[in-house]
Each structure stands twice: as C-alpha cells, then as structure tokens.
Ligand binder design. Structure first.
Ligand SMILES: [Fe+2]
Ligand SMILES: [Fe+2]
Length: 507
C-alpha cells in the first residue's frame, strides 16, 4: 500500500492540473472560470500539464458518472481526453440551454510503460469533476470542456449535442430500479447488455468487477498481454449509458493491473471517482457504500479475501472486513434503510467454472447472516446463477422462479451476474440450465470451493436454484412504504426474463 500511495502521490502531484469541487445548487450555478470553491473552503489552484495540441482539436470522450457518498447531493463527472488539455471543467445547470459557469476539474494522467517489441509507452488523460451541493430528486444537465472547447458554445451545435443529463437521488424513498452485472469487457455482447441497461432506465448501475479486461491474465501480475488502450474502447462503449446512469464499479481480479502499483489499482484510481467513504479510498477504490432511497448499497473488493486468486489476499490486513461490519451495522440502524444490497466480484456460492470462493465465505458470510443482508450480487463466473435463500451456508428456504423470500427468516439470496459481455462459461457436466420458462426440477450439483491453502475441495450442493448460460443483466426494483419489497429480475440480452423473485422483510 505504501508503494501504491507513493506512486499515486508522485503522479498526482507532478501531473495533476488541479483539484476542485463546486457548490452548484440552484442559484450557485453561476460560477466563474477563474476559480471555484471546494466544499471544504479550499480554493483550487492551477498547474497545467504540458499541452501539445490546441484545445479546440481535442474532443472529450468516455463520460461516466458516479455518485458521491451522498447520491442526493453529490455527483462525480468523469471523462477522458486524447491529449493533455488546459483548464478542464464542467458546466452544469437545471436546463440544457442554461448551463452555469465553469466548475474546475482535475486531470489524472496515467503513464503505462512500454514493453520492448510488444507495445509503446502510453499516456492517458482522465478528467474528473466533483459536484456537490446539488438538490435531491433533480434533473441536471452538464457539458464537459476545457480551454478551447466549450460545450455550451452557441455557435457550435455539435458541441452542444454533447450535453447530457442525470438525476440526483430523491430526498425520501420512492420506487426506483437499479441494474447490475459483472465481467463485461469490450465487444458486441457487452454493447448489447449495455443497451438492455439503458432500456431499463435505472437510477444507477452496479458493475461487479472484471470491468474491461485490459489485463487478460487476471492474476494480478505484469502481463505482456496488457493493453491499456482497451480502456479507451471500454469508456467509448460505456459512454452512451454511463453519461447519464451512475456507473458504480468495484474491482475484480482482472482489475488488478500490476503495471501501475503493487496492488494494481493505480489505473482504477486514475479512471474512476467513486465514493470516498471506504476504509481507505486511496488504496481500495472498490470499497464504499451509499444509500439511495430505502436501499443501502455496499461495494467490496473480494481480491482481499479470495483463496483462488491470491495476488491481493490479505492486502487490507483485515481493515476491509472491520469496515464492512461497521457499515452493515450502521445501515441496519438507519431507519431510512429497508434493504441492504452487497456487491463484489468473487462468488460466495456458484457452481460454474471458478465455483465458490471459500475466502469470501470465511470472511464475509457470517456478517451477511448476522446483518440479514437482503441480496448479494457477484460476478467472476460468466453465467447467471442464483441460489435459494441461505443461512450458515445451508438452504434456509427454497426460492423458485417467481418465489418470495424473507431475509429475517430465510437468509440471503446470492446472485452470480457474470454475463455482462465477456466470453461465457458453463456449468458442471450433465447439470442442465434451469430458468424461467425452462425450469428443471431441483437437483443437487457436484461442484467445489476454494480452500485457504489455494486448493479446491469437492462439495455437493442443493442451493443452485437458477442457472442460465447466456449474456444477461440483473434488474432490481425497490418499493418503499408498508409494502416495501425488492423485485429481482434477470433479463437475457434480448430482454427475455430468465428469473424473478421477491424479497420482503418481516412479511
Ligand atoms: Fe471475469
Ligand atoms: Fe473474475
């Protein structure tokens, strides 16, 4: 961690343009180009990187949003530029034709060293603006720019066409939908599943890791196959959704990119601005939480606990699990929270190729039981698989397609939503798929789990309730009030529903 922090500190201090955030609610939306006040009262300062191209010839791309720690009032707007620029900024307002003044943004330049005979060194420029002080439940329009490129230029319709919008979380609880998947990559299927997300019009999207696959090895080691330009393609692919849908990622094994830091997260820290309320956002960017309406969401980094892929095993020294305990306890004590959803990469319970990770079970399953977590979402196995409700690793209640479960009585349902676009896996030989419209009767499945020693141990399980070998997206509808419930559905890439169940507490 010390090495990673030193890497980031050095790079950020040497290369960053500036750091800022703007108070942009209501009448405060008229900022000025010269400076902007951060919420802490700090005044941003400017230190430009070396700039070789004229700003007018550099077009931003890859816009992606993420909530701040409070989705009612804070948004992080991020994008990429193909060359260094001066004075990047975002304009934001409640009408597309009346954007406010410039809110300064921060450049995070990411250097990838060259490899003889394989690739040249590469510099990538990611830009981030922290926007706080927003009004809850409000639609905002924004445009991103820099010196020489103004998205609000009244004489340039192409630039004005880049203006996008988002909606902040409501002050109270209201019905909403969110989506989730992991293991996406770049390509036809990934684009198709993105379109499915867009059709669902979610309030936010959870990405359970293995985001881009620039690192094809997934082992957390320097690999000659590493291709940083895959991220350019990924962010271009993601932009049509993530420019308006907060794209809340966590880190999978393919997101440990050892070229940047020992833990491999230097690249992710440059590309994403996620909520900074984890135990240490500088070293574990994929660990955070937020509340949207009546749902508390917790993102975890399972690389810390995986017995299967051990590059980062134990790297938090137990701090993440201690943070998880505090966070779950706090969410359960919050009278505004009905449901707690936890997402991370490696599976606690799956029968597909990587099967189940005993490290996840050992570290976190007791906490999920203790705090009656309502839904766990994983990736890593490139299929859709869903368990019955589990308590202590055993079936507390069978939850068939169309069924209902009460986590206060039955335990937690675990979903593997790894069909986000990367090449698909299968299920053990002879074990059929079973999903809505094609249900096979209950049967046990011979599978395995990874042990502390890095071996896999056979096990026969009865919790594999739904299995689908295809690209898919999870959708969760949250309803508040006396009939509070989560309606969990899975959609194939063509929109056909393959699973559905309800979660009600104390029903
Ligand atoms: Fe994957
Ligand atoms: Fe994975």
């Amino acid at each position: 961690m010390a090495e990673q922090y030193e890497y980031l500190r050095t790079r950020m201090v040497r290369r960053r343009t500036l750091v800022t955030a703007g108070a942009v609610a209501g009448g405060l939306l008229t900022g000025c180009a010269g400076e902007s006040k951060a919420p802490t009262g700090r005044t941003a300062s400017t230190a430009s990187p070396s700039v070789s191209a004229a700003g007018s010839s550099v077009t931003p791309f890859g816009r992606h949003l993420a909530f701040g720690a409070d989705p009612r009032t804070g948004m992080r707007i991020s994008w990429q530029v193909p060359a260094a620029v001066r004075a990047p900024y975002v304009r934001i307002g409640t009408r597309p034709d009346q954007l406010g003044g410039k809110v300064r943004a921060e450049v995070r330049a990411l250097h990838t060293p060259g490899v003889q005979g394989v690739r040249s060194a590469l510099e990538q420029y990611y830009v981030h603006a922290a926007v706080d002080g927003l009004l809850p439940g409000t639609t905002y329009y924004y445009g991103v720019g820099h010196e020489g490129f103004d998205p609000a230029d009244p004489t340039d319709s192409a630039r004005r066409a880049t203006i996008a919008s988002f909606r902040t979380a409501p002050a109270g609880a209201e019905r909403f939908v969110f989506t989730a998947f992991g293991d996406q990559g770049v390509g036809r299927a990934a684009t198709a599943v993105n379109r499915q997300v867009l059709r669902t019009a979610p309030a936010f999207h959870l990405h359970a890791g293995d985001i881009c696959y620039a690192d094809g090895s997934g082992q957390g080691r320097k690999s000659d196959g590493y291709d940083p330009t895959a991220w350019d393609a990924f962010l271009r692919q993601t932009e049509p959704v993530a420019r308006s849908v907060p794209w809340m990622v966590t880190t999978g094994n393919h997101d440990m990119e050892a070229w940047y830091s020992p833990d491999g997260y230097g690249g992710q820290l440059a590309r994403f601005s996620l909520p900074d309320n984890g135990f240490d956002p500088r070293t574990a960017p994929g660990v955070y939480s937020f509340r949207y309406g009546n749902v508390g969401v917790v993102a975890l980094d399972a690389n810390d606990v995986s017995y299967e892929i051990r590059a980062n095993l134990g790297y938090t020294g137990g701090r993440q699990t201690a943070w998880l305990k505090r966070t779950l306890s706090g969410l359960r004590a919050d009278e505004n929270v009905d449901f707690v959803v936890v997402f991370f990469h490696h599976c606690a319970y799956s029968t597909s190729t990587h099967a189940s990770d005993g490290g996840v079970r050992a570290e976190w399953q007791p906490l999920f039981d203790r705090y009656q977590v309502d839904l766990v979402i994983n990736g890593h196995n490139h299929v859709y698989e869903r368990t019955d409700a589990l308590k202590g690793g055993r079936v507390g209640r069978a939850v068939p397609v169309g069924g209902s479960t009460d986590p206060t009585r039955d335990g937690t349902v675990y979903v593997t939503a790894g069909g986000g676009g990367r090449d698909l896996y299968g299920f053990p030989a002879g074990v059929p798929e079973s999903y809505e419209g094609k249900v096979h009767g209950r049967e046990s499945v011979d599978t395995f789990h990874w042990t502390r020693g890095g071996e896999n141990t056979p096990e026969t399980v009865e919790w594999s309730r739904v299995r689908y070998r295809g690209f898919s997206c999870l959708t969760v509808e949250a309803v508040a009030g006396p009939s509070a419930k989560l309606t969990v559905s899975a959609l194939a890439e063509d929109g056909a529903r393959i699973d559905r169940f309800e979660v009600r507490r104390g029903a």
